[in-house]
Ligand binder design. Sequence first.
Ligand SMILES: Nc1nc2c(ncn2[C@@H]2O[C@H](COP(=O)(O)OP(=O)(O)OP(=O)(O)O)[C@@H](O)[C@H]2O)c(=O)[nH]1
Length: 269
Amino acid sequence: MSGRAGSAAPAQNGCPAAAQERSPSLRQSYDLACKVMLLGDSGVGKTCFLLQFKDGAFLSGTFIATVGIDFRNKVMAVDGVKVKLQIWDTAGQERFRSVTHAYYRDAQALLLFYDITSKMSFDNIRAWLTEIHEYAQKDVVIMLLGNKADVSSERVIRMEDGESLAREYGVPFMETSAKTGMNVELAFLAIAKSFCPCIFNCVHTAEVAAVLRSVQQMMMFTYDGKERGRPRTNKNLDLICILNSFKKNVREAEKPLFKLRGISGQASE
Ligand SMILES: Nc1nc2c(ncn2[C@@H]2O[C@H](COP(=O)(O)OP(=O)(O)OP(=O)(O)O)[C@@H](O)[C@H]2O)c(=O)[nH]1
């Protein structure tokens, strides 16, 4: 069977796309990293959505299902902070579920898709949310997206239905079009922003401030080029986890103590 996958992703210059992501020439600096997974039934438009976001292009024509999993990186600027989104495009077909489940655990954000022209893809959202509940981290950020909003003549799911399902599960929702680009950037921006409050919000206890200060030092250490042994990407993810664990305290803050602005460094990927 033909298909798209990490190692068999669309190649440019004879080099698999995922490998090109690792190419030193494509290295970009960033302040924070976030692993995002795209989930939903086969054919809802996950791969097209990612390509629209990454390259501003739409993949029309014959539909080739993703095989397994693939990823792309993109750095977004959010209020001056560079957030690297490592976006994992999963195969929607049932037979690849066991492969993709293994990746849920590390994901910090999930974009869950249905196709507004497919009732089945919408009905399956509940099953997807059950899987997410089973395999993903408890505090994972989830967003529900109704894709193919450009095909209004074939719409079978009303926007209100999407909104009400999202409300039921307490997740944000928007309709999108991977074809026209409608809300594509916005969806990723919302995800990226959800990882920044911990930095820009204020802290009010000396204890939290001290921990954040040490995190800042760790970040500087990570980026100073002396750290060896572990991939920096993992190190950054560790730091994000530490920061996330302080989100709650930070949200309850009353007045500014300091802000971790201006942290930057050279990313290895
Ligand atoms: N009109 C329209 N067509 C879309 C849109 N997004 C995707 N498509 C089409 O829908 C089909 C499936 O898109 P894919 O992105 O490959 O779907 P997928 O969710 O990645 O599917 P799997 O890889 O099997 O999980 C393709 O023929 C696309 O051209 C959209 O926003 N509007």
